[in-house]
Ligand binder design. Structure first.
Ligand SMILES: O=C(CO)[C@@H](O)[C@H](O)COP(=O)(O)O
Ligand SMILES: [Fe+2]
Length: 214
């Protein structure tokens, strides 16, 4: 199982230390949650902070945009050095165009679904994206309780991807710990995001390794 630790739960007063900890871990990517206070009821951090993190990180950046109209920011996300730019299905009027712009900018494209958004809505886009991010909490905050309905959504998504000959990675985000991570591994998720659980752990690198070994 690939692991993408969420910087949202890092200690922003000791960011360089926490990024170095992730560099020295088995994490596959580094997850960055951008929130605009409109699409979600919270504001996190923006491009200057991501640029700073990029300079410190040896892991590819997995940028999760919880913002309205993400098409406006494709170039800025690319200029931050992101490897993967994930936008919400619910935030895009012209999702196919946004995905094209992300690819034109040289990044991998991901599409995220809120817990109440059905997988079936991805029918006409799933073959065009590199990753589907299934939210297992309502986006906006770290440290929330895992919504187990995501496990059935993984099965539905796998079925849809088989029908459409799609090869997107399946990433799950929210409330992931050792227990929920195990259920996600069994359900067939390829990558998990974890924030609160990892950063509150007495040994975050060991916690990353445990998820990685699932
Ligand atoms: O996108 C989000 C929240 O909106 C996440 O990436 C969280 O940051 C995950 O944090 P935990 O639920 O693991 O604490
Ligand atoms: Fe996220």
């Amino acid at each position: 199982m690939k692991v993408s630790p969420s910087v949202l739960s890092a200690d922003f007063g000791n960011l360089a230390r926490d990024i170095q900890m992730i560099n020295d871990s088995k994490a596959s990517m580094l997850h960055l949650d951008v929130m605009d206070g409109v699409f979600v009821p919270n504001i996190s951090f923006g491009f200057p902070v991501i640029k700073h993190i990029q300079a410190l990180s040896t892991k590819p950046l997995d940028v999760h945009l919880m913002i309205v109209d993400p098409d406006k920011f494709v170039t800025q996300v690319r200029d931050c050095g992101a490897a993967l730019m994930t936008v919400h299905y619910e935030a895009c009027t012209h999702l196919n165009r946004v995905v094209q712009h992300i690819h034109d900018a040289g990044m991998k494209a991901g599409v995220a679904l809120n817990p109440a958004t059905p997988v079936a809505l991805l029918r006409d886009i799933v073959a065009c994206v590199d990753l589907v991010l299934l939210m297992s909490v309502n986006p906006g905050f770290g440290g929330q309780k895992f919504i187990a309905g995501v496990l059935d959504k993984i099965a539905e998504l796998k079925q849809l991807m088989a029908q459409k000959h799609a090869h997107a990675l399946i990433e799950v985000d929210g409330g992931v710990n050792a227990e929920t991570g195990k259920a996600l591994a069994q359900a067939g998720a390829d990558m998990v995001v974890s924030g609160n659980y990892l950063f509150k752990s007495p040994d975050p690198q060991h916690a990353i390794e445990l998820l990685n070994d699932l």
